[in-house]
Design a protein around this ligand. Sequence first.
Ligand code: NDP
Length: 323
Amino acid sequence: MRAIQVSEVGGPEVLRLVDADQPVPGPGQAVVEVAASGVNYLDVYHRQGRYTLPMPFTPGTEGAGTVVEIGPGVADVAVGDRVGWVEIPGTYAEQAVVDASRLVPLPDGVDFEAAAAVLLQGMTAHYLVKDAYPVQPGDTVLVHAAAGGMGLLLTQLITHLGGRVIGTTSTPEKAELARRAGAAEVILYSAVDDLAAEVKRLNGGQGLPVVFDGVGRDTFDASLASLRTRGHLVLFGAASGAVPPFDPIRLAQGGSLTLIRPSLGHFVADRSELLSRAADVLEWVRTKALEVTVTARYPLAEVAQAHRDLEARRTTGKLLVIP
Ligand code: NDP
């Protein structure tokens, strides 16, 4: 079967299309014919070696497809089931071996592309707004990169919960997408000298209760400065690079702020939490309460281009790889 393999960390050119061995399921595992794979910033971190994986590896951490074989002792799924999964590298391939206890069933009315487009980022948006910081009606919330994959989902969910979103984007076109997803205000980073001052101006001169920041290095200081006393910074990613070490006294000086750096894996660790979070997200997609915007589809041979586009900030919404 054809798969993307990475045998050294580096730029998009290290994503090589190879003929790999047909996967064989071990005890507790299933082989899934991959119909669609999501592209996530996490895949870029894996390729760059920011998060290390044993070499060689097949990237891609979000997939949907059909179970074609099961190993001994598998009770959670059967051959022919339509399933999705996240955070297990290997989805940039025609087939993937997955621990069956990590597979989630796909309901009728949710196709493979929709599932591969929403499971990872949708469950992330779910735990961010419900658990990392439970958004309350009336909260004004700053969402960075509001037209990105995560940003469009967060903006919709916060708006549904009765929050008011101030988004940031790099271009007017992206700003328009964020507005369509529900953002009340969108700031172009390049249009302001002092981002936090502009955020406060748009909030009647007050700091915010919470900031969702997936950009990291370039926005971290402004995110802290945008908070009110006892506000919460939810730093969930580093698209612009890792935040340098900082002195926790800044949290006291900012007004007894809290900082959380959460990761999806800790919010779907047990199967019942995985299934209930996935069920919520898939139901929102099925009923169209949550709109997932797939903006590009790449064949396996063009995965490197998908990474180039994502890293160059050329993309909006969700990218898919169709093996
Ligand atoms: P996006 O589609 O949001 O793409 C990244 C966006 O970040 C860009 O489009 C760009 O938007 C913005 N950005 C700002 N500065 C830079 C830069 N220097 N280089 C590249 N992009 C930049 O990606 P995803 O939706 O896949 O991921 C968003 C974030 O969410 C990532 O940091 C990812 O790691 C994180 N994440 C975290 C999870 C968790 O559990 N902690 C799970 C899933 C995702 P603009 O041009 O408008 O600034």
